[in-house]
Design a protein around this ligand. Structure first.
Ligand code: OGA
Ligand code: NI
Length: 312
C-alpha cells in the first residue's frame, strides 16, 4: 500500500476542494504524503541532487568511513562475531543547514543552490501550513503565528542533508532508528531510486516509495499537539542498504525555541463552531523545554515526552 500521492498544482483550480480533502486525509490518516507538481523547478531540484551528492563525495565520505563512531562500533561488533544489532547509533552522514551555522565551502555551487532551495521549501512549508489551518478549521495563519511566537520570521527553518552510505551489514544497524519528528512540518526530498524510508502504518512498516522530484511531507509532534491529536506524528525509520548510497534532504519548519505550544482552543471540547472535539489531550509548554526532553528520548515512544514536558 503506497502512501498518498497528491498533485499540488490542483490546489488552485477546479479540483481545489478535492485536493484540500486529499491533504486532510494525508494528515489525518497517514501523517505522511507525497507532493508532485509542487511548483519547485525541476532544474533546481536537479542541481540540489548534484551538489549534495558532490558535497558528500568531496567533503564527507572519507571521514564517514574513517572516523564515524557508527563505523567503529560496527567493526567491533563484527570482530566479536555476535549476531547482535547496534541499538544506539545510526548508519548515516548528516549535516545541518540553517540561517546561522557554517555550511560546507568546498563544493562548487553548493551554497547558491541550497540557499535558493531553502527559500522555495520554506514557501512551500508556509503554503502547507495555511492548507492545514483551513482543513483544521482554525484561523488562517494560526500555525505559522504559533511557531513564530507571534512575530515575523522567528520560527526555525533547518535543512538536514543526509547520506546513507553502503553498509556491509545492514542487518546489524539502522540507517536511522525509528522515531517521530519533534517539530512542525517536514519536507523531505528523498533519493530518486534508492529506497529505505519506511513508516509505521496500522502496525506494519511500509515503504515511502521513491518518486523522482516529489517532496514527501510529514508532520511532527508539535502539529500533533496544536491539532489536539487530530494530526498524529507518525513513526518512521530508514533501513541501511548494502550496495548503494541513499541521499535524503529533510527541511524542518519548527517553532522557535521560546514559542508556547498548546492545542488550538478551537479544537478542544466544543470548539468555537459547536463541533465536537476531544478534550484537551496535550499540555501547554515552551518548545525549547520539549526539545531538551526530545534530545534525550528521540528514539523512544512520544507519550512520555508529553508527560515529561507537562511537569517542567
Ligand atoms: C529525519 C528523517 C528520513 C530520511 O531526518 O528525521 O526521518 O529519509 N529522515 O532521511
Ligand atoms: Ni524523521
Amino acid at each position: 500500500m503506497p502512501i498518498p500521492v497528491i498533485d499540488l498544482s490542483k490546489l488552485n483550480g477546479e479540483e481545489q476542494a478535492k485536493t484540500m480533502a486529499q491533504i486532510a486525509n494525508g494528515c489525518e490518516e497517514w501523517g505522511f504524503f507525497q507532493l508532485v507538481n509542487h511548483g519547485i523547478p525541476v532544474e533546481l531540484l536537479s542541481k540540489v541532487k548534484r551538489v549534495s551528492s558532490e558535497c558528500f563525495k568531496l567533503e564527507r565520505e572519507e571521514n564517514f568511513y574513517k572516523s564515524s563512531t557508527t563505523v567503529k562500533q560496527l567493526k567491533e561488533l563484527i570482530d566479536k562475531k555476535k549476531g547482535e544489532k547496534l541499538e544506539n547509533v545510526d548508519w548515516e552522514d548528516v549535516f545541518l543547514l540553517s540561517d546561522d551555522n557554517e555550511w560546507p565551502t568546498n563544493t562548487p555551487g553548493f551554497k547558491e543552490t541550497m540557499l535558493e532551495y531553502r527559500k522555495e521549501l520554506k514557501k512551500l512549508a508556509e503554503k502547507l501550513m495555511e492548507v492545514m489551518d483551513e482543513n483544521l478549521g482554525i484561523p488562517k495563519g494560526y500555525i505559522k503565528k504559533a511557531f513564530n511566537d507571534g512575530e515575523e520570521e522567528k520560527a526555525f527553518f533547518g535543512t538536514k542533508v543526509s547520506h546513507y552510505p553502503p553498509c556491509p551489514h545492514p542487518e546489524m544497524v539502522n540507517g536511522l532508528r525509528a522515531h517521530t519528528d519533534a517539530g512542525g512540518i517536514v519536507l523531505l526530498f528523498q533519493d530518486d531510486e534508492v529506497e529505505g524510508l519506511e513508516i509505521l502504518k496500522d502496525g506494519k512498516w511500509i515503504d515511502v516509495q521513491p518518486i523522482p522530484n516529489s517532496i514527501v511531507i510529514n508532520t511532527g509532534d508539535q502539529i500533533e499537539v496544536l491539532s489536539n491529536g487530530k494530526y498524529k506524528s507518525v513513526w518512521h525509520r530508514v533501513n541501511a542498504k548494502p550496495n548503494q548510497t541513499r541521499r535524503s534532504i529533510a527541511s524542518f519548519y519548527n517553532p522557535s525555541f521560546d514559542a508556547t505550544i498548546a492545542p488550538a482552543p478551537q479544537l478542544v471540547g466544543e470548539g468555537n463552531n459547536g463541533e465536537a472535539h476531544g478534550e484537551q489531550g496535550y499540555p501547554q509548554f515552551v518548545f525549547g523545554d520539549y526539545m531538551s526532553i526530545y534530545t534525550e528520548q528521540k528514539f523512544l515512544p512520544k507519550e512520555p515526552r508529553f508527560q515529561a514536558v507537562r511537569a517542567v
